[in-house]
Design a protein around this ligand. Structure first.
Ligand code: B1M
Length: 210
């Protein structure tokens, strides 16, 4: 059946319970969990993004849509993470200082976990000092940073500079992403790589730790 468009529509209209039901039914019908995310939940959230941008939706509605999306993600996540994969490496992940957007970052986290990475998710509004501390404590293979605002993306540069000052830059690969981020920006601030979406973030990490 076409669960995908119905899932998307119910993310847009923020029908949390309906998203949960549909996700359950799709899973019971053997639909691939990754497809539920990529073809159902994300396209719905993309429409929400476009409407928010156009001024047709407002913050409380966007949050409710995000919550509806999460209701589906919660059901899918254990299935992704449940796959027994040997650990590929350790990733410290967070959204930069001043930035509260975490839907995309959490998606990246889920995909990395499902691909066998151990993820230390620092959450949102993470200061450079906090990233540094987490790198010192956890000695990750990769440091992942997410930013959704043009006003916060420069925070990524601060973290990289701080790693340099502390002599730790060579010990960790830095991967960045988020809607305003580009390959060009990654090069400019001295990150090791940029990924446009959660799937390519996983591929990039594979390349960098190989
Ligand atoms: Co905000 N917001 N928001 N928002 N919001 C944007 C980002 C915006 C583009 C909307 C717009 O106006 N057009 C705009 C930024 C403009 C700019 O900077 N140029 C904006 C604004 C202005 C704001 C506020 C300032 C609004 C206000 O209060 N006036 C405010 C700021 C709050 C703050 O952070 N301090 C704000 C608040 C919010 C909500 C709280 C309502 C909510 C966030 C809820 C939450 O995250 N828990 C929200 C949302 C939902 C959005 C939009 C609509 C959707 C973002 C999203 O979740 N997308 C967004 C519009 C848009 O992006 N089109 C918008 C879905 C998600 C799956 O995609 O996050 O891009 P994304 O992640 C992708 C990739 O980017 C990539 O993989 C993910 C999956 O494929 N990726 C990585 C992400 N991180 C990665 C890291 C990696 C690799 C890949 O490596 C480590």
């Amino acid at each position: 059946g076409n669960y995908f468009s119905e899932l998307g529509e119910n993310v847009i209209s923020a029908k949390q319970e309906r998203v949960r039901e549909l996700t359950q039914r799709a899973l019971a019908d053997g639909v691939d969990p990754v497809e539920i995310i990529n073809s159902g939940l994300i396209p719905g959230m993309n429409v929400v993004g476009a409407r928010f941008k156009a001024g047709d939706m407002f913050v409380p509605e966007v949050l409710m849509s995000a919550r509806a999306m999460n209701a589906g993600m919660e059901l899918v996540k254990p299935l992704l993470v449940g796959k027994e994969v040997p650990s590929q490496g350790k990733v410290v992940l967070g959204t930069v200082k001043g930035d509260l957007h975490d839907i995309g970052k959490n998606l990246v986290s889920m995909m990395l976990e499902s691909a066998g990475y151990t993820v230390i998710n620092l959450g949102v509004d993470v200061s450079a000092a906090k990233f540094l501390q987490a790198v010192k404590e956890n000695k990750p293979d990769i440091l992942g940073m997410s930013a959704l605002l043009t006003t916060t993306m420069l925070g990524m540069k601060d973290v990289i500079e701080l790693l340099k000052e502390e002599g730790l830059r060579d010990q960790v690969k830095v991967v960045i992403g988020g809607a305003p981020i580009s390959q060009e920006f990654a090069r400019e601030i001295g990150a090791d790589g940029f990924a446009p979406d959660a799937g390519s973030a996983t591929e990039l990490c594979h390349q960098l730790v190989a």
